[in-house]
Write a protein that binds this ligand. Structure first.
Ligand code: GDP
Ligand code: IMO
Ligand code: MG
Length: 430
């Protein structure tokens, strides 16, 4: 029975939450394996909108066990706010499992994220300010606080004291901020212990047993391929592995057990935060797509930067993630356009690049080479079969598919759960 990894192909906000929700009633487990509440997934069910940040999107499907894996960084205040918000709307969250090895975002790391961005000024990353980078840095520096540490008060106090011995120097001497009191951090974290206890588990073990029993497990990435700390547009990336390999380390599922990799690809490109973006639009088409697509950040409310579809990035995502199936979202946002340019290659200093340039400077200077396809100028949001799409829309999907190196199995034609065309089963018949 399949283990599926679902990733974003671009710079995030491709519609991963909706894709997970679409598969929800066929899944047993949905595992978030990287990132934290920097993510923002909007899922629309029967016209009702849900915005999820930390909880896996699978929490909205009644039969699914949602899991926060060891690779996630957890802001406990956000966790319980989100749980309370969903419970108030009648969503049962009691099945949630949280890895004992996941790291906790301490308040001083939120502070450090914000002050370091301010300090960088024009060279800032444009982070979400949620403390993600400093918390992963602590993990790698072996000075992080894990979920399990909250259940041993003495260990927790030792770890917080050790972390602050260094961080208070940084806060006061570099950033001119007042020092943080260790005991306040310890007491804040301890205040969550009783509520946290029932959710905490050896999630890698539970998932291994579930896979042995033939359960269907979907590992859902936060962020996306070009925000991956190793494979993205470094340093304008997040601080975790958002590509499919991250599912192995971040959920404790070995590569030999993964059957399929689904990448969600928006029919155009968006990005929030700083960093290079070859097909970025600064004209009426960018404004138009931002408005019809409601492209404003779910987490920070920032207007998203908009660009044409970039197939150099699409192919790169296929290669790095080992994509077996693409889910193309937001095809309906093109309904009003006469023609649609698609980037098929780059030109850098007179040289054509069909693959992603390895040198970041070249990527910064890449000029897109476009092929332009005709639009269809009609509402496709009611289409439920591929053959129901206007010929130009079918041709568009097939044009993209031919250049991606993997089939496009799902096509999104609207924000709702029902607004989708399934061309192939990504779960292998489940
Ligand atoms: P995620 O972070 O990858 O889960 O994506 P976000 O939720 O941040 O952004 C995707 C947005 O696109 C959400 O508002 C979705 O409701 C919306 N969406 C997803 N698929 C489609 C689609 O096929 N058509 C339209 N019009 N909207 C979609
Ligand atoms: P979902 O899961 C889009 C971006 C931030 C910033 C960079 C680093 O909704 O696709 P961080 O706070 O992670 O240190 O910020 O990454 N970023 C996202 N952009 N969608 C996301 O998540 C993002 N999560 C982080 O804007 O450029
Ligand atoms: Mg998002």
């Amino acid at each position: 029975m399949p283990v599926i990894v679902l990733v974003g192909a671009q710079w995030g906000d491709e519609g991963k939450g909706k894709a997970t929700d679409l598969l929800g009633d066929r899944l047993d487990y949905v595992v978030k394996f990287n990132g934290g509440n920097n993510a923002g997934h909007t899922v629309v069910i029967d016209g009702e909108k849900y915005a999820l940040h930390l909880l896996p999107s699978g929490i909205l499907s009644p039969g699914v066990v949602p899991v926060i894996g060891n690779g996630v960084v957890v802001d406990l205040n956000v966790l319980f706010q989100e749980i309370d918000g969903l419970e108030a709307r009648g969503i049962d969250t009691s099945r949630l499992r949280i890895s004992a090895n996941a790291h906790v975002i301490a308040s001083y790391n939120r502070t450090l994220d914000k002050v370091s961005e301010r300090f960088l000024g024009a060279r800032r990353i444009g982070t979400t300010g949620r403390g993600i980078g400093p918390t992963y840095a602590d993990k790698m520096n072996r000075m992080g606080i894990r979920v399990q540490d909250l259940f041993d008060e003495s260990i927790l106090r030792q770890k917080v004291t050790a972390a602050l011995a260094m961080k208070n120097q940084v806060l006061s001497k570099i950033y001119n901020r007042s020092a943080v009191k260790g005991e306040e951090v310890v007491q804040e974290l301890l205040s969550y212990v009783d509520r946290l206890r029932p959710y905490v588990a050896d999630t890698a073990l539970e998932l291994s047993q579930a896979i042995d029993e033939g359960k269907v497990v979907l590992c859902e990435a936060g962020q996306a391929t070009l925000l991956d700390v190793d494979h993205g547009t470094y340093p304008f990336v997040t601080s975790s592995n958002a590509t499919s390999g991250g599912a192995c380390t971040g959920a404790g599922i070995p590569p030999t057990r993964i059957d399929r990799v689904v990448a969600v690809l928006k029919a155009f490109t968006t990005r929030v935060g700083e960093g290079p973006f070859p097909t970025e639009l600064h004209d009426k088409f960018g404004d138009y797509l931002r408005e019809v697509g409601h492209e404003y950040g779910t987490t920070t409310g920032r207007p998203r930067r908009i660009g044409w579809l970039d197939l150099v990035i699409g192919r790169y995502a296929q290669r790095i993630n080992g994509v077996t199936d693409f889910a193309m979202t937001k095809l309906d946002n093109y309904d009003g356009l006469d023609e649609i340019p698609v980037c098929v290659a780059y030109e850098v200093n007179g040289v054509r690049y069909d693959e992603m340039p390895v040198n970041q400077t070249d990527f910064h200077h890449a000029t897109p080479v476009y092929e332009t396809l005709p639009g269809w100028k009609q509402d496709i949001s009611g289409c439920r079969k591929f053959e129901e799409l206007p010929q130009q829309a079918q041709d568009f999907v097939e044009f993209v598919e031919a250049r991606l190196g993997a089939r496009i199995s799902i096509v999104g034609v609207g924000p709702g759960r029902e607004a989708v065309i399934e061309r192939h089963s990504v779960l292998g018949g489940v």
